[in-house]
Design a protein around this ligand. Structure first.
Ligand code: HEC
Length: 124
């Protein structure tokens, strides 16, 4: 419960610092991120140590895009606990937008992901 309150506070702080969108696609990705992901991974992409992994400077996020798309669609269960899957809540456009966003926000610089790539991973 204490963690939840902390996360909610951090989320409010992060929301206030919401950067101006740069271009439509990036803006859309950022909106999906703020609505679905920032409560755990935080607006600054740093997560919370030992609770929610940082997405900024994360080699998994910056690597091969397919496992990143699969993790977002199907969820993950690992050392830190579990993340729910988003496949029933995000369509291919939204999935591509948010994965592109986490690969290009903060100090991350990796190639964009297309809706076709999200669709291909979804049907596997
Ligand atoms: C309820 C909290 C929560 C939300 C909301 C959430 N995640 Fe996660 N996420 C986690 C946890 C916990 C893990 C680590 C799971 C593990 O491997 O133990 C994780 C892992 C990840 C990873 C893999 C990181 C790595 O190094 O393995 C990615 C990528 C990711 N999340 C992206 C997202 C995206 C994109 C969204 C929004 C669509 C999102 N997450 C929403 C909790 C959350």
């Amino acid at each position: 419960m204490k963690n939840l309150v902390l996360v909610l506070c951090l989320d409010l702080l992060g929301g206030a610092a919401l950067a101006q969108g740069q271009g439509d696609a990036r803006q859309r990705g950022q909106e999906v991120f703020e609505a679905n992901c920032a409560q755990c991974h935080r607006s600054n992409g740093e997560g919370l140590p030992d609770i929610f992994p940082a997405l900024n400077n994360n080699p998994f996020v910056l690597g091969d895009p397919k496992p990143v798309i699969a993790a977002v669609l199907n969820g993950l269960k690992g050392n830190l606990g579990a993340m729910p899957g988003w496949k029933d809540r995000l369509d291919d456009e939204q999935t591509a937008a948010v994965v592109t966003y986490i690969r290009q926000a903060w100090s991350n610089r990796a190639a964009a992901v297309t809706a076709a790539m999200a669709a291909a991973t979804r049907t596997k």
